[in-house]
Design a protein around this ligand. Structure first.
Ligand SMILES: [Zn+2]
Ligand SMILES: [Zn+2]
Length: 164
């Protein structure tokens, strides 16, 4: 969605609210299997002493895949957006967005904020036990049948017990 900021450029007292659903085409992550509907963004653009700022939130409901155990789990992610928009490319810090004439591409800015905020680790729960390296069983569901790693000092004893 393109937002024309002409009004707040000339009249700094005006606040420009926005509401839009994001396109998920760019929002592809290996651990996100699907979105439950389009991520929803809303907020306001305003002129703070000559600096244009976009503030708001992006709310996304997703089906994720746990990095440790591979289980699918639902997750809701809320990204706080606070973006600065500057008039000319030459004035832009890498984290600033540039005005195109008097317009911005609101969707593109919000998608970029969402991508930068995306976590690098996806876990079904904080203490996910993962999969057994031997049999592949999901250890969150209980211990698998595999024998525990044996301390080499006890290996001899283990052998003796096996003979019985
Ligand atoms: Zn897990
Ligand atoms: Zn096992």
């Amino acid at each position: 969605m393109r937002l024309d900021l002409r009004e707040i450029l000339v009249n700094p007292a005006v606040r420009l609210p926005f509401k839009l659903d994001l396109d998920t085409e760019r929002l592809v992550f290996p651990s996100v299997k699907a979105y439950d509907g389009a991520p929803h963004a809303e907020g306001v653009v305003f002129n703070e002493a000559g600096i244009l700022r976009m503030q708001g939130t992006v709310t996304a409901r997703m089906q994720c895949i746990c990095d440790r155990c591979g289980t699918e789990f639902p997750s809701e992610k809320i990204t706080e957006v606070d973006a600065t928009i500057v008039a000319k490319e030459s004035h832009a810090h890498p984290e600033h967005f540039v005005l195109e004439g008097t317009e911005i591409d609101a969707g593109e800015i919000l998608e970029t904020c969402f991508i930068l905020d995306m976590e690098t680790k996806f876990l079904c729960r904080e203490d996910c036990k993962g999969l057994c390296p031997r049999c592949g069983a999901n250890l969150n569901l209980g211990p698998c049948g595999c024998r525990k790693e044996i301390d080499p000092r006890f290996a001899v004893l283990e052998q003796l017990l096996d003979k019985e």
